[in-house]
Write a protein of this length. Structure first.
Length: 352
């Protein structure tokens, strides 16, 4: 199991701190630094900046939004980043949610699974430098009866098969990730509740004839983003994660379409998930955060003193995690760097 670091969004604080975190993770041998986008900072610009200021660490999109770019543009961006970085780029893709897709990008959210399948087909075709002609249900290239023609990527990316990750929450999307992607970006990943989720990925891998006969997950990277708070007071550590959990479980999406709320329900927190959503949508954000059960945070984050975290890391490895992506929940740069350094030390102690 390798370590990654999740830098999150940029433009919401001191971005030089994010660079310092990435550089320290690079020095310590972390496998990848991930950047995110929603409706603020974009992933490719951030990763180009980070890539120019680091030497070895992988540059991961967690994730680039499918409705934000045509598949051809995503292939161009991926090829460029991978070329400039010397083969360090990892392409993470996700459909976002209906509010962002339709409200920000003006792209219908309908049929996310079918759109994702076709989108990745086209991205892979372009990265292989094939002439991109595609007749799908959602994407058609070139446009019929027009002046366009099938084109081929003009540059030669160092890895036409660069790894593609899919952000997935629901069972069908997890099957799709196993079938067509090389990795899964997980959120609110709990080793104790991961069995059915991982099996959905394995189902997709078997369907596509991927992996080995004994283990369909061979060659597939499960890469959860895991909040980390280091401190002796476990309850106080959990409190730092509560606003984040409340935002996603209570306020991300509508009452009818909140995939994270549904995930919490599948983990057995139905009553709490409903309460958190009611409070958050009523704009009682602090109350919503307070209503997040400690057990949910403890199941999906690494909190407490280093010894407690070390014992917990083993469960992630046993659940099949290949890249444990650390999201430091700390107020200052020094505290964030302390998390990055401590996690490297703790990982070394586990022998993983």
């Amino acid at each position: 199991m390798e370590l990654g670091v999740n830098l999150g969004y940029f433009g919401m604080g001191v971005d030089g701190d994010n660079v310092a975190v990435a550089q320290e993770a690079d020095r310590l041998g972390y496998a990848v630094a991930w950047a995110a986008e929603a409706y603020g900072s974009d992933v490719p610009t951030v990763l180009a900046w980070i890539g120019a200021l680091t030497e070895r660490i992988g540059l991961g999109a967690a994730v680039m939004q499918i409705p934000a770019r045509t598949p051809a543009m995503t292939a161009m961006t991926s090829a460029t980043l991978d070329t400039l970085s010397g083969g360090r780029f990892r392409l993470g893709l996700g459909v976002s949610g209906p509010q962002v897709s339709e409200g920000w990008h003006g792209v219908p959210f309908a049929a996310p699974l079918g759109r994702t399948r076709e989108y990745i087909d086209i991205v892979r075709m372009a990265l292989r430098r094939e002439s991109v002609a595609y007749a799908g249900q959602y994407f058609t290239l070139p446009v019929p009866d027009g002046p366009g023609k099938a084109l081929k990527l003009t540059i030669h990316p160092p890895r036409p098969d660069l790894p593609i990750y899919l952000a997935a929450v629901g069972p069908k999307n997890l099957e799709l990730a196993g079938e067509i992607a090389d990795g899964w970006h997980a959120i609110f990943f709990s080793p104790e509740h991961s069995g059915a989720l991982v099996e959905s990925v394995a189902t997709g891998r078997r369907r596509a004839g991927r992996g080995s006969e004994d283990n369909p997950l061979d060659g597939f990277d499960i890469a959860p983003s895991v909040p980390v708070v280091i401190g002796d007071d476990v309850q106080a550590a959990a409190d730092l994660v509560r606003p984040y959990a409340a935002l996603y479980i209570g306020g991300m999406g509508s009452r009818q379409q909140n995939f994270y709320n549904q995930l919490a329900c599948r983990m057995g927190f139905e009553e709490a998930a409903a309460q958190v959503q009611d409070l958050y949508l009523a704009k009682r954000h602090r109350d919503a955060a307070a209503a997040i059960p400690f057990e949910l945070i403890d199941a999906t984050a690494l909190i407490g003193p280093p010894d407690r975290i070390r014992d917990r890391i083993q469960r992630y490895a046993e659940a099949g995690v290949g890249t444990l992506s650390v999201a430091p929940f700390a107020g200052s740069l020094d505290e964030r760097l302390h998390v990055v350094r401590t996690m490297a030390e703790v990982m070394g102690q586990t022998g993983l």
